[in-house]
Design a protein around this ligand. Structure first.
Ligand code: C2E
Ligand code: MG
Ligand code: MG
Ligand code: MG
Length: 287
């Protein structure tokens, strides 16, 4: 009986695995189709300086405008291409679109020239051609200052060869591009990355920020990361700033830069000029 059961289980496992392979294959085909038919879009979330009230830039966040399923968030499709070359292709599409957007905003006279940060997968950064591709992309947008492009490296993604990654980052920094360490504090080697990677900005992960008002441990982590950033001479921004109270607490701790639903949710590019006009940070935070 045991043997019989074992056999059955094996059989069920095979079916499950066949299904998973099928779902994965269908997912890849759908994304291939979406890339070829321009179904991806970038939404932009403002980043502000709460103390001065200035808008410092935007983070580009990818969405899939699916013809049947509506607007899909990255969690719903990025995992499918995690280990597929389409990852690289999509990454290039994102950087190219962000540069096109900066160029358009400049032409529209949006002031001051606004920085856009783009998320990059670790595999993208570990790719031998990464720097060459950045040079190519920057060249195709000669009106965009390279320092307006910032690349957010996800700190949790494993970087097998940290010295290679650091060399790649330095090559891009020479071109004028800036780097940020995303979701800082959630990875296994935050401190190693901080020490070894030449990122000028640290993004405090939203999980710490969200609970900092009610959880003393999270508050201590936020305070610690701000101090760490200062002693390493890096800028620091808080992610997931959902309320004015969060903003005020961060200002007290010495973190002026912020991003989160309390300031604005990510929005389509065409809503940005109007949002900038209506943005009244100081009136809310500085009283
Ligand atoms: P992330 O880079 O840490 O981006 C922040 C995420 O938090 C975004 O989710 C944003 O919409 C959300 N968020 C912002 N403010 C708040 C807030 O106040 N509260 C809460 N609860 N959430 C907030 P999104 O757009 O779903 O993106 C999720 C992740 O997907 C990103 O995390 C990033 O790691 C990845 N991602 C997004 N776009 C791209 C891309 O173009 N390329 C790559 N490789 N990854 C991307
Ligand atoms: Mg990010
Ligand atoms: Mg983040
Ligand atoms: Mg994240």
């Amino acid at each position: 009986i045991a043997k019989e059961r074992g056999k059955n289980r094996h059989h069920l496992f095979d079916i499950a695995q066949d299904d998973a392979v099928k779902v994965q294959r269908e997912g890849l085909n759908a994304i291939r189709h979406a890339l070829d038919h321009n179904e991806f879009v970038l939404h932009y979330q403002p980043k502000v300086n709460m103390r001065s009230g200035t808008v410092i830039g935007f983070e580009a966040l990818i969405r899939w405008q699916h013809p049947k399923k509506g607007l899909l968030s990255p969690a719903e499709f990025l995992p499918i291409i995690e280990n597929n070359p389409m990852n690289i292709e999509m990454g290039e599409w994102v950087i190219n679109s962000a540069l096109t957007q900066i160029s358009q905003w400049q032409k529209q006279g949006l002031h001051p020239p606004l920085n856009i940060s783009v998320n990059i997968a670790a595999v993208q950064l570990q790719q031998p051609k990464f720097t060459k591709n950045i040079i190519k992309l920057l060249k195709s947008h000669p009106d965009v200052e390279p320092h307006l492009l910032e690349l957010e490296v996800l700190e949790t993604s494993a970087l097998d060869d940290i010295s290679h990654v650091s060399a790649t980052m330095n090559a891009c920094i020479k071109l004028g591009v800036n780097f940020a360490l995303d979701d800082f504090g959630t990875g296994y080697s935050s401190l190693t990355y901080l020490r070894r990677l030449p990122a000028s900005l640290i993004k405090i992960d939203q999980s710490f920020v969200r609970d900092m008002l009610c959880d003393p441990d999270d508050s201590a982590i936020v305070e610690g990361v701000i101090a760490l950033a200062k002693s390493f001479k890096r800028n620091v921004i808080a992610e997931g700033v959902e309320t004015i109270e969060h903003g005020k607490a961060l200002l007290k701790l010495g973190c002026d830069l912020a991003q989160g639903y309390g300031i604005a949710k990510p929005m389509p590019a065409n809503e940005i000029p109007q949002w900038i006009d209506s943005w009244q940070c100081n009136e809310v935070w500085q009283q």
